[in-house]
Design a protein around this ligand. Structure first.
Ligand SMILES: C[S@@+](CC[C@H](N)C(=O)[O-])C[C@H]1O[C@@H](n2cnc3c(N)ncnc32)[C@H](O)[C@@H]1O
Length: 204
């Protein structure tokens, strides 16, 4: 299953350009807004989970953040982002891993996941992700998924939809909800995808 998932994403990133996939954003506006509200310092650890070839890392470097990690299951995605950033890529920690196999050796003060957690549809996988953030995200946890009004699939794969309350409740043992919203993402092919975003903060 994990191998099939990896092959799916390697295939996507070797055959499709950014304007051929639904999640592409010209500017990751919501990530930048949540970051602004998160009160972290430029040297705090930031991780973009399933960052793919998102431009978030470019903006973070531009803004002067110095401890940025991008994790993705697809090596092709990471290579694409590295190529785009050229020498600036050396200032980023790149991790090719399935999120469920990630064994962090540090903690992150800003954990950002846009449209990755929602691929977990199995209860045990969701519990495992929760366990991971409980130990590795020690301040801000921002997760964006398709909402209850959003698509049922992403990149042709089944997803779990969340409301603002179902998403925040799932992480509520260790994280308090700071802010949540639903928003429409306009895809490069002019369709609309409704997302739920929750910005949660560690409660201990
Ligand atoms: C829908 S795309 C979103 C990309 C990016 N977060 C964004 O907002 O532009 C999902 C991304 O998650 C990655 N991904 C999917 N399943 C993953 C997993 N189990 N572990 C790590 N990355 C995963 C994919 O390779 C892809 O880059």
């Amino acid at each position: 299953m994990a191998t099939a998932n990896k092959s799916h994403w390697e295939n996507i990133y070797t055959t499709k350009s950014p304007n051929q996939v639904s999640w592409t954003q010209d500017k990751p506006n919501e990530a930048l807004t949540f970051l602004e509200q998160s009160n972290i310092s430029k040297s705090d650890n930031i991780i973009d989970i399933g960052g793919g070839d998102s431009l978030l890392v470019d903006h973070l470097l531009e803004m002067g953040y110095t401890n940025i990690t991008v994790l993705d299951i697809s090596e092709a995605a990471i290579n694409r982002a590295k190529k785009r950033l050229d020498h600036k890529a050396e200032n980023v920690t790149w991790i090719t891993s399935d999120i469920l196999e990630f064994k962090p050796d540090t903690t992150y003060q800003f954990w950002y996941d846009r449209a990755v957690f929602h691929f977990l549809t199995d209860k045990a996988d969701i519990a495992q992700y929760k366990q991971l953030v409980n130990t590795a995200a020690d301040k801000n946890l921002v997760i964006g998924t398709f909402s209850k009004k959003g698509p049922l699939k992403c990149s042709g794969l089944e997803i779990s939809q969340y409301s603002e309350s179902s998403l925040s409740e799932l992480f509520s043992e260790q994280f308090d909800l700071k802010h949540s919203k639903t928003l429409d993402h306009k895809t490069p092919f002019d369709t609309i995808q409704n997302f739920t975003f929750c910005h949660m903060v560690k409660n201990n």
